[in-house]
Design a protein around this ligand. Structure first.
Ligand code: ATP
Length: 454
């Protein structure tokens, strides 16, 4: 292993995730299920951090956004009104020779089932059907009967749960446009060509916010939210050179959108959508007004009525998760020793600090380490590790991205100080054991930017 000069690969990310128990294939003992994953301990902690940082920026630190948690299975008429039953489709082609299916609009990125593998349609044996539209919604049935009248869908986006609650929330939340409703929850899409680890999965957790504005202000708010969201991704430590904005042209836009820009990240598979920021106009509220007969509009104090326009920033935890791991992953040699280090922003890192007795058999060290751990864990997610040589314990923490390690050693027994080791610089300093908690609180409040080389 030399210092990583090459860009990180998805294989490196998958392997680290598995090795350290962030993410593994779901129901693996039965052979797994295509592009479905389960999260282990560190994966859960990292996802919790991403979710709560989003919630903090979108709800907690603002006056104008409230939270909602709507059901996953809604009345199926919601999806007729929203246009998903008719229009939430991808064009699909089948190959009669290799029996694989591909997205017709992404053939250039696909590989056919023949060896050597080529782009579908590239070998003389390829026999592709004409494209046909394939609906991405998962169908299910509600209740004991399994017929057409009981058919329902797992939501493919959380947004519609917000639109159908517009009237409830607008009345109860005592907000007037411009105001927003934020929701985090699972969405499901029967993707034709899932893959690239968590980048495109069939079950994912979306974080969406619908911002309702007077129609004349929509374009300005669209710009505003693009800017806000891009800054938020930077605040997670994602490197500037790996983020960019891209405006959709007319052919790409969803059925509801009058303007969409993507925040893209330079994944190992190239520049891809991390988050979409759409100007949905009045499409959704108008559609639900027409189909439900309930007027979803705003009446201002002068009695003027209008249907608010909607700006929607929408992102999944999965796409952020992969971007963060790719951005942070680094292999290097330090003083003849190899290490893999995840240089995660401390706010995102699953474990904030490790507490390590240098010699776990030494009762004085073990007792002090345990006491420090029990004090710190009341305030932060920290880990106590007494298994194996100290070097191996440091490397384990480096791989899960723990920013600091506090080590209790011989000197602690004499002067009640500990060393603190910095994950990125590897610098070590000594602190009084009683000052550790304040030091960690402070360190977690500091501005942070990635030390990764461009
Ligand atoms: P794509 O073009 O990549 O299929 P999309 O334009 O269909 O994405 P949206 O409908 O705009 O995606 O969904 C909003 C966000 O939800 C996306 O920006 C992405 O972060 C996330 N997302 C969508 N589909 C998936 C998926 N299959 N797996 C993981 N995240 C997803």
């Amino acid at each position: 292993m030399a210092d990583q000069a090459q860009p990180v690969t998805m294989d490196q990310i998958v392997s680290l995730s598995r090795r350290r128990g962030f993410v593994f294939p779901s129901s693996e003992i039965y052979g797994g299920l295509g592009s479905t994953y389960d999260y282990g301990h560190y994966g859960v902690l990292t996802k919790n951090n991403i979710r709560s940082l989003w919630f903090r920026a979108m709800v907690q630190e603002r006056d104008d956004i409230v939270a909602l948690d709507s059901a996953i299975i809604l009345n199926p008429r919601v999806w007729e009104a929203s246009g998903h039953v008719a229009g939430f489709t991808d064009p699909l082609v089948d190959c009669r020779t290799c029996k694989l299916r591909f997205r017709a609009d992404q053939l250039e990125f696909a590989r056919c089932g023949r060896k050597p593998s080529k782009r579908p349609g590239e070998t003389p044996d390829c026999d592709l059907t004409e494209p046909r539209q394939f609906n991405l919604m998962f169908e299910t049935h509600v209740g004991a009967l399994k017929d057409e009248s009981s058919a329902a869908y797992l939501r493919p986006e959380t947004a519609q749960g917000i639109f159908v609650n517009f009237k409830n929330v607008a009345q109860l939340a005592r907000r007037k446009p411009p105001f927003g409703i934020a929701q985090v929850g699972k969405s499901f899409r029967n993707e034709i060509t899932p893959g690239n680890f968590l980048f495109r999965v069939r079950e994912f957790e979306q974080m969406e916010m619908e911002f309702f504005v007077p129609p004349a202000e929509a374009a300005g708010w669209h710009e505003y939210w693009l800017d806000q969201r891009l800054s938020w991704h930077r605040s997670l430590g994602l490197r500037e050179e790996n983020l960019r904005l891209r405006e959709h042209d007319e052919t790409e836009r969803s059925h509801y959108s009058s303007a969409t820009s993507d925040i893209e990240y330079l994944y190992p598979i190239g520049w891809q959508e991390l988050e979409g920021v759409a100007n949905r106009g009045d499409y959704d509220l108008t559609q639900h007004t027409e189909h439900s007969g309930t007027k979803l509009e705003w009446i201002d104090p002068d009695g003027n009525r209008y249907t608010p326009h909607v700006i929607e920033p929408a992102v999944s935890i999965e796409r952020i998760f992969v971007a963060l791991l790719c951005d942070a992953y680094h292999e290097e040699v330090v003083g003849e020793r190899e290490r893999v280090v995840l240089r995660l922003h401390p706010a995102v890192a699953p474990v904030k600090a490790a507490i390590l007795p240098l010699i776990p058999r030494d009762e004085g060290m073990a007792t002090r380490a345990r006491a420090l751990y029990e004090e710190l864990r009341r305030y932060h997610l920290v880990e106590h590790d007494e298994g194996g040589q100290i070097g191996r314990r440091y490397r384990r923490q480096d791989e899960i991205g723990t920013p600091w390690a506090f080590t209790i050693d011989e000197q602690t027994l004499q002067d009640e100080t500990v060393t603190v080791r910095d994950r990125d610089s590897l610098a070590q300093e000594r602190l009084p054991i009683g000052a550790v908690r304040g030091w960690l609180d402070d360190a977690l409040q500091q501005e942070w930017s990635s030390p990764q080389a461009p």
